[in-house]
Design a protein around this ligand. Sequence first.
Ligand code: FAD
Length: 545
Amino acid sequence: MAKQNILLLLLSFFIIVSITNALTTNHSDLLCLGIDGSLTATAAAAAVKSVSTDFGGMTSIQPMAVLHPSSATDVARIVKAAYESADGFTVSARGHGHSINGQAMTEDGVVVDMAAPAAAGMTPAPEVSEEFMFVDVWGGQMWIDVLMFCVDGYGLAPKSWTDYLYLTVGGTLSNGGISGQAFSFGPQISNVLELDVVTGKGELLTCSEEINSELFHAVLGGLGQFGIITRARISLQPAPQRVRWIRVLYSDFSVFTHDQEYLISLESNYKKFDYVEGFVIVDQTVINNWRSSFFSSSNSFDIISIKAKANVGVLYCLELTKNYNDNDIDIVDQEVDELMKKLNFIPDTIFTMELDYIDFLDRVHKSELKLRSMGLWDVPHPWLNIFVPKSKIGDFDNGVFKGILGNNSNGPILIYPMNKDKWDKRTSMVLPNEDVFYLVAFLRSAFNNGDETQSLEFLSNQNNQILKFCDDAGIEHKQYFPHYVTQEEWKRHFGEKWTQFIQRKVEFDPRSILATGQRIFKPDFTKCLASSLMDSHKDHSYFTI
Ligand code: FAD
Protein backbone atom coordinates (compact mmCIF):
# COMPACT_ATOMS: atom_id res chain seq x y z
CA MET A 1 0.00 0.00 0.00
CA ALA A 2 2.78 2.39 1.03
CA LYS A 3 4.62 1.50 -2.17
CA GLN A 4 1.50 2.28 -4.20
CA ASN A 5 1.17 5.68 -2.54
CA ILE A 6 4.80 6.53 -3.28
CA LEU A 7 4.26 5.53 -6.91
CA LEU A 8 1.17 7.71 -7.12
CA LEU A 9 3.04 10.63 -5.61
CA LEU A 10 5.89 10.21 -8.08
CA LEU A 11 3.44 10.00 -10.94
CA SER A 12 1.59 13.18 -9.97
CA PHE A 13 4.95 14.93 -9.48
CA PHE A 14 5.99 13.79 -12.96
CA ILE A 15 2.70 14.99 -14.49
CA ILE A 16 2.92 18.38 -12.85
CA VAL A 17 6.58 18.86 -13.76
CA SER A 18 6.05 17.74 -17.34
CA ILE A 19 3.07 20.07 -17.75
CA THR A 20 5.06 22.91 -16.27
CA ASN A 21 7.94 22.15 -18.61
CA ALA A 22 5.62 22.24 -21.60
CA LEU A 23 4.33 25.63 -20.51
CA THR A 24 7.74 27.07 -19.96
CA THR A 25 9.11 26.37 -23.40
CA ASN A 26 7.81 29.87 -24.04
CA HIS A 27 8.07 31.23 -20.52
CA SER A 28 11.14 30.00 -18.74
CA ASP A 29 10.17 31.88 -15.57
CA LEU A 30 7.62 29.18 -14.84
CA LEU A 31 10.18 26.37 -14.79
CA CYS A 32 10.96 26.31 -11.11
CA LEU A 33 7.80 27.67 -9.60
CA GLY A 34 7.08 24.76 -7.32
CA ILE A 35 3.34 25.09 -7.79
CA ASP A 36 1.50 22.78 -5.40
CA GLY A 37 -1.71 22.91 -7.40
CA SER A 38 -1.86 22.09 -11.09
CA LEU A 39 -1.12 23.92 -14.30
CA THR A 40 -2.74 22.84 -17.55
CA ALA A 41 -1.35 24.14 -20.80
CA THR A 42 -2.77 21.80 -23.40
CA ALA A 43 -5.06 23.81 -25.68
CA ALA A 44 -7.49 20.94 -26.11
CA ALA A 45 -7.75 20.19 -22.37
CA ALA A 46 -11.19 20.54 -20.80
CA ALA A 47 -9.74 22.79 -18.09
CA VAL A 48 -8.53 25.27 -20.72
CA LYS A 49 -11.73 25.14 -22.72
CA SER A 50 -13.90 25.69 -19.65
CA VAL A 51 -12.24 29.03 -18.85
CA SER A 52 -12.39 30.22 -22.49
CA THR A 53 -16.08 31.16 -22.32
CA ASP A 54 -18.36 32.88 -19.83
CA PHE A 55 -22.03 33.35 -18.93
CA GLY A 56 -22.35 36.14 -21.50
CA GLY A 57 -21.63 33.57 -24.22
CA MET A 58 -20.49 36.30 -26.62
CA THR A 59 -16.70 36.11 -26.18
CA SER A 60 -14.25 33.24 -26.43
CA ILE A 61 -10.58 33.64 -25.59
CA GLN A 62 -8.27 30.74 -24.98
CA PRO A 63 -5.52 31.31 -22.40
CA MET A 64 -2.00 29.93 -22.59
CA ALA A 65 -2.60 27.92 -19.40
CA VAL A 66 -4.93 27.43 -16.44
CA LEU A 67 -3.80 27.29 -12.84
CA HIS A 68 -5.88 25.39 -10.33
CA PRO A 69 -4.34 26.74 -7.15
CA SER A 70 -4.02 24.91 -3.90
CA SER A 71 -3.29 28.02 -1.84
CA ALA A 72 -2.67 31.76 -1.90
CA THR A 73 1.04 30.94 -2.22
CA ASP A 74 0.38 29.25 -5.57
CA VAL A 75 -1.43 32.38 -6.76
CA ALA A 76 1.47 34.55 -5.56
CA ARG A 77 4.01 32.31 -7.32
CA ILE A 78 2.32 32.58 -10.70
CA VAL A 79 1.79 36.34 -10.48
CA LYS A 80 5.37 36.93 -9.32
CA ALA A 81 6.64 34.85 -12.22
CA ALA A 82 4.56 36.91 -14.64
CA TYR A 83 5.75 40.16 -13.07
CA GLU A 84 9.41 39.18 -13.11
CA SER A 85 9.41 37.36 -16.42
CA ALA A 86 11.47 38.96 -19.17
CA ASP A 87 8.94 38.10 -21.89
CA GLY A 88 5.93 38.85 -19.72
CA PHE A 89 2.55 37.17 -19.58
CA THR A 90 -0.82 38.09 -18.14
CA VAL A 91 -2.72 36.58 -15.21
CA SER A 92 -6.49 36.75 -14.76
CA ALA A 93 -8.38 35.43 -11.79
CA ARG A 94 -11.60 33.73 -12.74
CA GLY A 95 -14.43 33.29 -10.25
CA HIS A 96 -17.27 31.27 -11.65
CA GLY A 97 -17.08 32.92 -15.07
CA HIS A 98 -20.39 34.72 -14.69
CA SER A 99 -19.14 37.81 -16.46
CA ILE A 100 -20.78 38.93 -19.67
CA ASN A 101 -17.99 40.24 -21.87
CA GLY A 102 -14.89 38.11 -21.26
CA GLN A 103 -13.81 40.06 -18.16
CA ALA A 104 -12.27 36.96 -16.53
CA MET A 105 -10.43 35.78 -19.66
CA THR A 106 -6.92 36.40 -20.93
CA GLU A 107 -5.03 35.64 -24.08
CA ASP A 108 -1.27 34.97 -23.86
CA GLY A 109 -1.52 34.34 -20.19
CA VAL A 110 -2.67 32.23 -17.29
CA VAL A 111 -6.20 32.06 -15.94
CA VAL A 112 -6.26 31.31 -12.21
CA ASP A 113 -9.40 29.25 -11.74
CA MET A 114 -10.22 30.37 -8.20
CA ALA A 115 -13.51 28.47 -7.98
CA ALA A 116 -11.96 25.18 -9.04
CA PRO A 117 -8.98 24.46 -6.81
CA ALA A 118 -6.47 21.73 -7.65
CA ALA A 119 -8.39 19.18 -5.61
CA ALA A 120 -11.37 19.21 -3.30
CA GLY A 121 -10.39 20.41 0.15
CA MET A 122 -7.05 21.85 -0.96
CA THR A 123 -7.88 25.53 -0.55
CA PRO A 124 -8.55 26.78 2.98
CA ALA A 125 -11.97 25.92 4.46
CA PRO A 126 -14.11 28.78 5.84
CA GLU A 127 -13.52 29.73 9.47
CA VAL A 128 -16.12 31.50 11.60
CA SER A 129 -15.41 33.69 14.62
CA GLU A 130 -18.59 33.70 16.69
CA GLU A 131 -17.00 36.12 19.11
CA PHE A 132 -16.29 38.77 16.45
CA MET A 133 -19.09 37.74 14.07
CA PHE A 134 -17.12 37.21 10.88
CA VAL A 135 -16.19 34.41 8.52
CA ASP A 136 -12.87 34.04 6.69
CA VAL A 137 -13.34 32.52 3.24
CA TRP A 138 -11.20 31.58 0.24
CA GLY A 139 -11.54 34.12 -2.61
CA GLY A 140 -12.90 31.48 -4.99
CA GLN A 141 -15.57 30.28 -2.57
CA MET A 142 -19.10 30.50 -3.90
CA TRP A 143 -21.58 32.51 -1.85
CA ILE A 144 -23.94 29.53 -1.64
CA ASP A 145 -21.21 27.60 0.21
CA VAL A 146 -20.52 30.54 2.51
CA LEU A 147 -24.23 30.72 3.34
CA MET A 148 -24.61 27.00 4.03
CA PHE A 149 -21.44 26.84 6.12
CA CYS A 150 -22.40 29.81 8.31
CA VAL A 151 -26.10 28.95 8.76
CA ASP A 152 -25.71 25.20 9.28
CA GLY A 153 -22.77 25.39 11.65
CA TYR A 154 -23.38 28.63 13.53
CA GLY A 155 -26.86 30.05 12.81
CA LEU A 156 -25.10 33.10 11.30
CA ALA A 157 -25.13 34.64 7.82
CA PRO A 158 -23.57 37.50 5.83
CA LYS A 159 -25.71 40.64 5.67
CA SER A 160 -25.60 41.69 2.03
CA TRP A 161 -26.21 39.41 -0.92
CA THR A 162 -26.53 39.06 -4.66
CA ASP A 163 -29.75 37.64 -6.14
CA TYR A 164 -27.85 34.57 -7.32
CA LEU A 165 -25.41 32.73 -5.07
CA TYR A 166 -23.36 30.66 -7.53
CA LEU A 167 -20.95 33.57 -7.82
CA THR A 168 -17.61 33.77 -6.04
CA VAL A 169 -16.62 36.01 -3.19
CA GLY A 170 -13.64 37.43 -5.12
CA GLY A 171 -15.78 37.95 -8.25
CA THR A 172 -18.56 39.94 -6.58
CA LEU A 173 -16.17 41.93 -4.36
CA SER A 174 -14.34 43.00 -7.52
CA ASN A 175 -17.63 44.40 -8.80
CA GLY A 176 -19.72 45.51 -5.82
CA GLY A 177 -22.24 42.78 -5.05
CA ILE A 178 -25.80 44.06 -4.74
CA SER A 179 -29.31 42.86 -4.07
CA GLY A 180 -32.40 44.01 -2.17
CA GLN A 181 -30.47 44.28 1.13
CA ALA A 182 -28.04 46.92 -0.26
CA PHE A 183 -30.29 49.87 0.67
CA SER A 184 -29.86 48.90 4.30
CA PHE A 185 -26.43 47.24 4.64
CA GLY A 186 -24.74 48.64 1.56
CA PRO A 187 -23.27 46.39 -1.13
CA GLN A 188 -21.14 43.36 -0.31
CA ILE A 189 -18.03 45.54 -0.57
CA SER A 190 -19.32 47.53 2.42
CA ASN A 191 -19.42 44.37 4.53
CA VAL A 192 -15.80 43.22 4.27
CA LEU A 193 -13.45 43.58 7.22
CA GLU A 194 -10.16 42.31 5.81
CA LEU A 195 -8.66 40.80 2.66
CA ASP A 196 -5.61 38.81 1.62
CA VAL A 197 -4.56 40.01 -1.81
CA VAL A 198 -1.86 38.98 -4.27
CA THR A 199 -0.83 42.21 -5.99
CA GLY A 200 0.38 42.48 -9.58
CA LYS A 201 3.95 42.23 -8.22
CA GLY A 202 3.21 38.82 -6.73
CA GLU A 203 3.25 40.03 -3.11
CA LEU A 204 0.70 38.40 -0.79
CA LEU A 205 -0.55 41.18 1.49
CA THR A 206 -3.21 41.42 4.19
CA CYS A 207 -5.20 44.62 3.98
CA SER A 208 -8.05 46.31 5.83
CA GLU A 209 -9.16 49.78 6.96
CA GLU A 210 -6.07 49.83 9.17
CA ILE A 211 -3.40 47.84 7.31
CA ASN A 212 -2.49 48.57 3.67
CA SER A 213 -5.73 50.54 3.44
CA GLU A 214 -5.01 51.94 -0.04
CA LEU A 215 -4.85 48.40 -1.44
CA PHE A 216 -7.98 47.39 0.52
CA HIS A 217 -10.05 50.20 -0.95
CA ALA A 218 -8.53 49.82 -4.42
CA VAL A 219 -9.45 46.13 -4.66
CA LEU A 220 -13.08 46.59 -3.54
CA GLY A 221 -15.04 47.24 -6.73
CA GLY A 222 -11.65 47.34 -8.51
CA LEU A 223 -12.57 45.04 -11.42
CA GLY A 224 -9.63 42.76 -10.59
CA GLN A 225 -7.13 45.49 -11.57
CA PHE A 226 -5.06 45.69 -8.39
CA GLY A 227 -4.76 42.18 -7.06
CA ILE A 228 -6.26 38.74 -6.69
CA ILE A 229 -8.37 38.28 -3.56
CA THR A 230 -7.37 35.01 -1.92
CA ARG A 231 -9.16 35.50 1.42
CA ALA A 232 -12.02 37.74 2.52
CA ARG A 233 -13.25 38.37 6.04
CA ILE A 234 -17.02 38.90 5.80
CA SER A 235 -19.17 40.43 8.53
CA LEU A 236 -21.99 38.21 9.91
CA GLN A 237 -25.29 38.57 11.74
CA PRO A 238 -27.72 36.03 13.25
CA ALA A 239 -29.53 34.23 10.42
CA PRO A 240 -33.33 34.44 10.52
CA GLN A 241 -35.28 31.20 10.03
CA ARG A 242 -38.05 32.35 7.74
CA VAL A 243 -38.87 34.96 5.12
CA ARG A 244 -42.16 36.52 4.11
CA TRP A 245 -41.80 37.35 0.42
CA ILE A 246 -44.30 39.91 -0.90
CA ARG A 247 -45.02 41.28 -4.35
CA VAL A 248 -47.44 44.10 -5.20
CA LEU A 249 -48.23 45.75 -8.54
CA TYR A 250 -48.29 49.36 -9.72
CA SER A 251 -49.48 50.96 -12.93
CA ASP A 252 -48.08 54.43 -12.19
CA PHE A 253 -44.29 54.66 -12.30
CA SER A 254 -44.01 57.72 -10.06
CA VAL A 255 -46.16 56.07 -7.36
CA PHE A 256 -44.03 52.92 -7.63
CA THR A 257 -40.72 54.79 -7.26
CA HIS A 258 -42.15 57.02 -4.54
CA ASP A 259 -42.99 53.91 -2.50
CA GLN A 260 -39.58 52.33 -3.17
CA GLU A 261 -37.81 55.51 -2.11
CA TYR A 262 -39.97 55.77 1.00
CA LEU A 263 -39.14 52.19 1.99
CA ILE A 264 -35.38 52.63 1.60
CA SER A 265 -35.49 55.82 3.68
CA LEU A 266 -36.71 53.97 6.80
CA GLU A 267 -34.00 53.67 9.41
CA SER A 268 -35.21 51.48 12.27
CA ASN A 269 -34.42 47.76 12.12
CA TYR A 270 -37.87 46.73 13.21
CA LYS A 271 -40.03 49.01 11.12
CA LYS A 272 -38.58 48.42 7.70
CA PHE A 273 -38.42 45.59 5.21
CA ASP A 274 -35.25 43.52 4.93
CA TYR A 275 -35.17 43.51 1.17
CA VAL A 276 -36.52 46.01 -1.38
CA GLU A 277 -36.33 45.32 -5.09
CA GLY A 278 -38.70 45.66 -8.04
CA PHE A 279 -39.10 44.84 -11.67
CA VAL A 280 -40.76 46.10 -14.81
CA ILE A 281 -43.44 44.10 -16.60
CA VAL A 282 -43.67 44.99 -20.25
CA ASP A 283 -44.84 41.59 -21.47
CA GLN A 284 -46.16 38.24 -20.28
CA THR A 285 -42.76 36.50 -20.51
CA VAL A 286 -41.70 37.94 -17.16
CA ILE A 287 -44.02 35.52 -15.39
CA ASN A 288 -42.28 32.52 -16.88
CA ASN A 289 -38.68 33.61 -16.80
CA TRP A 290 -35.83 32.52 -14.55
CA ARG A 291 -36.41 35.00 -11.76
CA SER A 292 -40.04 34.21 -11.14
CA SER A 293 -40.28 30.93 -9.28
CA PHE A 294 -42.55 33.05 -7.06
CA PHE A 295 -45.58 32.99 -9.33
CA SER A 296 -47.32 29.65 -9.75
CA SER A 297 -50.82 28.56 -10.68
CA SER A 298 -51.92 29.15 -7.08
CA ASN A 299 -50.20 32.51 -6.85
CA SER A 300 -50.53 34.18 -10.22
CA PHE A 301 -52.21 37.08 -11.96
CA ASP A 302 -53.36 38.03 -15.41
CA ILE A 303 -51.14 40.85 -16.65
CA ILE A 304 -53.28 41.60 -19.67
CA SER A 305 -56.47 42.25 -17.71
CA ILE A 306 -54.67 44.33 -15.06
CA LYS A 307 -53.02 46.40 -17.80
CA ALA A 308 -56.34 46.81 -19.59
CA LYS A 309 -58.13 47.85 -16.41
CA ALA A 310 -55.45 50.43 -15.59
CA ASN A 311 -55.20 51.42 -19.25
CA VAL A 312 -51.40 51.14 -19.30
CA GLY A 313 -48.84 49.26 -21.37
CA VAL A 314 -46.31 48.71 -18.59
CA LEU A 315 -46.71 47.48 -15.00
CA TYR A 316 -44.23 47.63 -12.13
CA CYS A 317 -43.83 45.05 -9.40
CA LEU A 318 -42.47 45.95 -5.98
CA GLU A 319 -40.76 43.05 -4.28
CA LEU A 320 -40.23 42.98 -0.51
CA THR A 321 -39.26 40.60 2.23
CA LYS A 322 -39.51 40.53 5.98
CA ASN A 323 -37.26 38.10 7.86
CA TYR A 324 -38.47 36.43 11.05
CA ASN A 325 -38.04 33.53 13.43
CA ASP A 326 -40.86 31.07 14.05
CA ASN A 327 -41.57 32.56 17.49
CA ASP A 328 -42.07 36.07 16.09
CA ILE A 329 -44.89 35.37 13.68
CA ASP A 330 -47.43 37.66 15.42
CA ILE A 331 -45.04 40.60 15.52
CA VAL A 332 -44.23 40.08 11.84
CA ASP A 333 -47.89 40.16 10.83
CA GLN A 334 -48.32 43.43 12.66
CA GLU A 335 -45.14 45.04 11.30
CA VAL A 336 -45.84 44.01 7.73
CA ASP A 337 -49.43 45.30 7.95
CA GLU A 338 -48.24 48.64 9.25
CA LEU A 339 -45.66 48.98 6.49
CA MET A 340 -48.04 47.88 3.73
CA LYS A 341 -50.65 50.46 4.80
CA LYS A 342 -48.25 53.23 3.78
CA LEU A 343 -47.96 51.93 0.20
CA ASN A 344 -50.11 52.84 -2.79
CA PHE A 345 -50.11 49.75 -4.98
CA ILE A 346 -53.07 48.62 -7.11
CA PRO A 347 -55.67 47.25 -4.67
CA ASP A 348 -55.99 43.45 -4.62
CA THR A 349 -52.61 42.87 -6.25
CA ILE A 350 -50.75 41.62 -3.22
CA PHE A 351 -49.06 38.21 -3.49
CA THR A 352 -47.34 36.57 -0.54
CA MET A 353 -45.18 33.52 0.03
CA GLU A 354 -43.55 32.14 3.20
CA LEU A 355 -40.30 30.22 2.87
CA ASP A 356 -37.07 29.29 4.64
CA TYR A 357 -34.35 31.92 4.67
CA ILE A 358 -31.96 29.74 2.65
CA ASP A 359 -34.63 28.94 0.06
CA PHE A 360 -35.30 32.63 -0.41
CA LEU A 361 -31.64 33.53 -0.84
CA ASP A 362 -31.09 30.60 -3.20
CA ARG A 363 -34.24 31.29 -5.24
CA VAL A 364 -32.56 31.95 -8.61
CA HIS A 365 -30.74 28.62 -8.61
CA LYS A 366 -34.03 26.71 -8.77
CA SER A 367 -34.92 28.57 -11.93
CA GLU A 368 -31.42 27.97 -13.28
CA LEU A 369 -31.93 24.23 -12.95
CA LYS A 370 -35.27 24.49 -14.72
CA LEU A 371 -33.80 26.53 -17.58
CA ARG A 372 -30.79 24.23 -17.86
CA SER A 373 -33.05 21.22 -18.23
CA MET A 374 -34.81 23.01 -21.09
CA GLY A 375 -31.51 24.00 -22.76
CA LEU A 376 -32.27 27.68 -22.15
CA TRP A 377 -29.41 28.59 -19.78
CA ASP A 378 -26.38 28.32 -22.07
CA VAL A 379 -27.47 30.95 -24.56
CA PRO A 380 -25.92 34.39 -25.19
CA HIS A 381 -26.75 36.93 -22.46
CA PRO A 382 -26.38 40.51 -23.69
CA TRP A 383 -27.01 41.95 -20.22
CA LEU A 384 -26.93 45.64 -19.47
CA ASN A 385 -26.75 46.94 -15.87
CA ILE A 386 -26.82 50.65 -15.17
CA PHE A 387 -27.04 52.94 -12.17
CA VAL A 388 -29.46 55.82 -12.85
CA PRO A 389 -29.72 58.89 -10.58
CA LYS A 390 -33.04 59.30 -8.77
CA SER A 391 -33.79 62.68 -10.38
CA LYS A 392 -33.76 61.11 -13.87
CA ILE A 393 -35.51 57.82 -13.27
CA GLY A 394 -38.83 59.21 -14.58
CA ASP A 395 -37.16 60.28 -17.84
CA PHE A 396 -35.65 56.82 -18.07
CA ASP A 397 -39.07 55.21 -17.65
CA ASN A 398 -40.58 57.34 -20.41
CA GLY A 399 -37.71 56.91 -22.83
CA VAL A 400 -36.84 53.25 -22.24
CA PHE A 401 -39.55 51.16 -20.53
CA LYS A 402 -42.35 52.95 -22.37
CA GLY A 403 -40.30 53.78 -25.45
CA ILE A 404 -37.29 51.84 -26.70
CA LEU A 405 -38.40 48.44 -25.36
CA GLY A 406 -41.61 48.44 -27.40
CA ASN A 407 -43.45 45.69 -25.49
CA ASN A 408 -40.51 43.32 -25.56
CA SER A 409 -38.20 42.64 -22.63
CA ASN A 410 -36.46 39.30 -23.43
CA GLY A 411 -35.84 38.71 -19.74
CA PRO A 412 -36.30 40.31 -16.34
CA ILE A 413 -35.78 44.05 -15.94
CA LEU A 414 -34.89 44.83 -12.35
CA ILE A 415 -35.27 48.28 -10.87
CA TYR A 416 -34.53 49.24 -7.30
CA PRO A 417 -33.06 52.21 -5.44
CA MET A 418 -30.10 52.33 -3.07
CA ASN A 419 -28.70 54.87 -0.61
CA LYS A 420 -25.31 56.20 -1.63
CA ASP A 421 -24.24 56.80 1.97
CA LYS A 422 -24.02 53.00 2.41
CA TRP A 423 -21.18 52.90 -0.14
CA ASP A 424 -17.62 53.77 0.85
CA LYS A 425 -16.24 56.59 -1.31
CA ARG A 426 -12.69 55.28 -0.90
CA THR A 427 -13.33 52.09 -2.89
CA SER A 428 -12.85 51.91 -6.67
CA MET A 429 -16.62 51.93 -7.29
CA VAL A 430 -18.08 54.79 -9.28
CA LEU A 431 -21.71 55.84 -8.77
CA PRO A 432 -24.06 58.58 -9.99
CA ASN A 433 -23.70 61.89 -8.25
CA GLU A 434 -26.90 61.77 -6.14
CA ASP A 435 -27.80 60.48 -2.66
CA VAL A 436 -30.25 57.94 -4.07
CA PHE A 437 -29.71 56.05 -7.32
CA TYR A 438 -31.38 53.10 -9.03
CA LEU A 439 -30.02 49.87 -10.40
CA VAL A 440 -31.73 49.10 -13.69
CA ALA A 441 -30.76 45.65 -14.96
CA PHE A 442 -31.76 44.26 -18.34
CA LEU A 443 -31.12 40.53 -17.89
CA ARG A 444 -31.66 39.30 -21.41
CA SER A 445 -31.33 35.98 -23.17
CA ALA A 446 -30.81 35.89 -26.93
CA PHE A 447 -32.19 33.13 -29.15
CA ASN A 448 -31.47 32.17 -32.70
CA ASN A 449 -35.05 31.11 -33.46
CA GLY A 450 -35.96 33.23 -36.44
CA ASP A 451 -37.61 35.95 -34.31
CA GLU A 452 -35.48 38.99 -35.05
CA THR A 453 -36.45 40.71 -31.77
CA GLN A 454 -34.87 37.85 -29.81
CA SER A 455 -31.59 37.83 -31.73
CA LEU A 456 -28.27 38.80 -30.21
CA GLU A 457 -27.82 41.53 -32.78
CA PHE A 458 -31.21 43.09 -32.06
CA LEU A 459 -30.72 43.03 -28.28
CA SER A 460 -27.15 44.35 -28.49
CA ASN A 461 -28.36 47.21 -30.68
CA GLN A 462 -31.12 47.92 -28.19
CA ASN A 463 -28.56 48.12 -25.37
CA ASN A 464 -26.64 50.69 -27.40
CA GLN A 465 -29.85 52.61 -28.04
CA ILE A 466 -30.56 52.70 -24.28
CA LEU A 467 -27.07 54.03 -23.54
CA LYS A 468 -27.37 56.60 -26.31
CA PHE A 469 -30.76 57.67 -25.01
CA CYS A 470 -29.18 58.30 -21.57
CA ASP A 471 -26.42 60.39 -23.12
CA ASP A 472 -28.82 62.40 -25.29
CA ALA A 473 -31.22 62.97 -22.38
CA GLY A 474 -28.41 64.09 -20.06
CA ILE A 475 -28.88 61.12 -17.70
CA GLU A 476 -25.56 60.80 -15.88
CA HIS A 477 -25.65 57.07 -15.50
CA LYS A 478 -22.84 54.64 -14.59
CA GLN A 479 -22.59 51.12 -15.92
CA TYR A 480 -22.46 48.36 -13.30
CA PHE A 481 -20.16 45.60 -14.68
CA PRO A 482 -18.85 48.27 -17.08
CA HIS A 483 -17.85 47.22 -20.56
CA TYR A 484 -15.94 49.74 -22.67
CA VAL A 485 -13.51 49.50 -25.50
CA THR A 486 -11.75 52.85 -25.67
CA GLN A 487 -9.56 54.82 -23.32
CA GLU A 488 -11.88 57.82 -23.52
CA GLU A 489 -14.87 55.73 -22.40
CA TRP A 490 -13.03 54.35 -19.36
CA LYS A 491 -11.83 57.81 -18.46
CA ARG A 492 -15.37 59.10 -18.63
CA HIS A 493 -16.68 56.15 -16.63
CA PHE A 494 -14.28 56.76 -13.75
CA GLY A 495 -14.63 60.55 -13.95
CA GLU A 496 -12.88 62.24 -11.06
CA LYS A 497 -11.62 58.85 -9.80
CA TRP A 498 -9.65 58.17 -13.00
CA THR A 499 -6.39 59.71 -11.80
CA GLN A 500 -6.55 57.77 -8.56
CA PHE A 501 -7.40 54.59 -10.49
CA ILE A 502 -4.24 54.99 -12.59
CA GLN A 503 -2.09 55.81 -9.56
CA ARG A 504 -3.34 52.67 -7.83
CA LYS A 505 -2.66 50.64 -10.97
CA VAL A 506 0.91 51.90 -11.14
CA GLU A 507 1.43 51.08 -7.48
CA PHE A 508 -0.18 47.64 -7.33
CA ASP A 509 0.07 46.26 -10.88
CA PRO A 510 2.82 48.24 -12.59
CA ARG A 511 3.13 45.96 -15.63
CA SER A 512 -0.66 45.84 -16.09
CA ILE A 513 -0.71 42.06 -16.13
CA LEU A 514 -3.89 41.48 -14.08
CA ALA A 515 -7.47 41.08 -15.35
CA THR A 516 -6.74 42.27 -18.89
CA GLY A 517 -10.14 40.88 -19.94
CA GLN A 518 -11.62 44.09 -18.52
CA ARG A 519 -9.83 45.95 -21.31
CA ILE A 520 -8.86 48.94 -19.22
CA PHE A 521 -5.07 48.74 -19.39
CA LYS A 522 -2.86 47.07 -21.94
CA PRO A 523 0.01 45.01 -20.54
CA ASP A 524 3.36 46.50 -21.37
CA PHE A 525 5.89 43.72 -21.78
CA THR A 526 8.52 46.03 -23.18
CA LYS A 527 9.29 47.36 -19.71
CA CYS A 528 10.54 45.13 -16.93
CA LEU A 529 10.75 47.69 -14.18
CA ALA A 530 8.20 50.03 -12.79
CA SER A 531 10.31 53.18 -12.97
CA SER A 532 8.97 54.58 -16.21
CA LEU A 533 5.52 53.06 -16.04
CA MET A 534 3.70 56.19 -14.98
CA ASP A 535 4.69 57.70 -18.33
CA SER A 536 3.67 54.66 -20.28
CA HIS A 537 0.24 54.67 -18.65
CA LYS A 538 -0.15 58.31 -19.51
CA ASP A 539 0.85 57.90 -23.12
CA HIS A 540 -0.18 54.71 -24.73
CA SER A 541 -0.92 51.76 -22.55
CA TYR A 542 -4.70 51.72 -22.69
CA PHE A 543 -6.69 49.55 -25.00
CA THR A 544 -7.88 51.68 -27.85
CA ILE A 545 -9.79 49.20 -29.95
P1 FAD B 1 -16.02 36.22 -12.78
O1 FAD B 1 -17.04 36.60 -13.75
O2 FAD B 1 -15.30 34.97 -13.01
O3 FAD B 1 -14.95 37.41 -12.63
C1 FAD B 1 -15.39 38.76 -12.63
C2 FAD B 1 -14.19 39.72 -12.59
O4 FAD B 1 -13.59 39.64 -11.31
C3 FAD B 1 -13.09 39.37 -13.60
O5 FAD B 1 -12.47 40.56 -14.03
C4 FAD B 1 -12.10 38.55 -12.78
O6 FAD B 1 -10.79 38.66 -13.27
C5 FAD B 1 -12.24 39.19 -11.41
N1 FAD B 1 -12.05 38.25 -10.32
C6 FAD B 1 -12.65 37.05 -10.15
N2 FAD B 1 -12.23 36.49 -9.00
C7 FAD B 1 -11.34 37.35 -8.44
C8 FAD B 1 -10.56 37.34 -7.27
N3 FAD B 1 -10.56 36.32 -6.42
N4 FAD B 1 -9.77 38.41 -7.02
C9 FAD B 1 -9.74 39.47 -7.86
N5 FAD B 1 -10.45 39.51 -9.01
C10 FAD B 1 -11.24 38.47 -9.29
N6 FAD B 1 -24.23 40.66 -9.40
C11 FAD B 1 -24.72 41.41 -8.40
O7 FAD B 1 -24.05 42.30 -7.89
N7 FAD B 1 -26.00 41.19 -7.96
C12 FAD B 1 -26.79 40.20 -8.44
O8 FAD B 1 -27.90 40.04 -7.99
C13 FAD B 1 -26.26 39.39 -9.47
N8 FAD B 1 -27.00 38.39 -9.99
C14 FAD B 1 -26.47 37.60 -10.98
C15 FAD B 1 -27.23 36.56 -11.50
C16 FAD B 1 -26.72 35.76 -12.49
C17 FAD B 1 -27.55 34.62 -13.04
C18 FAD B 1 -25.43 36.02 -13.01
C19 FAD B 1 -24.86 35.19 -14.11
C20 FAD B 1 -24.67 37.06 -12.52
C21 FAD B 1 -25.19 37.86 -11.49
N9 FAD B 1 -24.45 38.92 -10.95
C22 FAD B 1 -24.97 39.67 -9.94
C23 FAD B 1 -23.20 39.32 -11.57
C24 FAD B 1 -21.96 38.82 -10.86
O9 FAD B 1 -21.76 39.57 -9.69
C25 FAD B 1 -20.81 39.02 -11.79
O10 FAD B 1 -21.00 38.15 -12.85
C26 FAD B 1 -19.46 38.87 -11.18
O11 FAD B 1 -18.57 38.88 -12.28
C27 FAD B 1 -19.17 37.69 -10.29
O12 FAD B 1 -19.13 36.48 -10.97
P2 FAD B 1 -17.96 35.43 -10.81
O13 FAD B 1 -17.70 35.16 -9.38
O14 FAD B 1 -18.29 34.31 -11.67
O15 FAD B 1 -16.68 36.24 -11.32
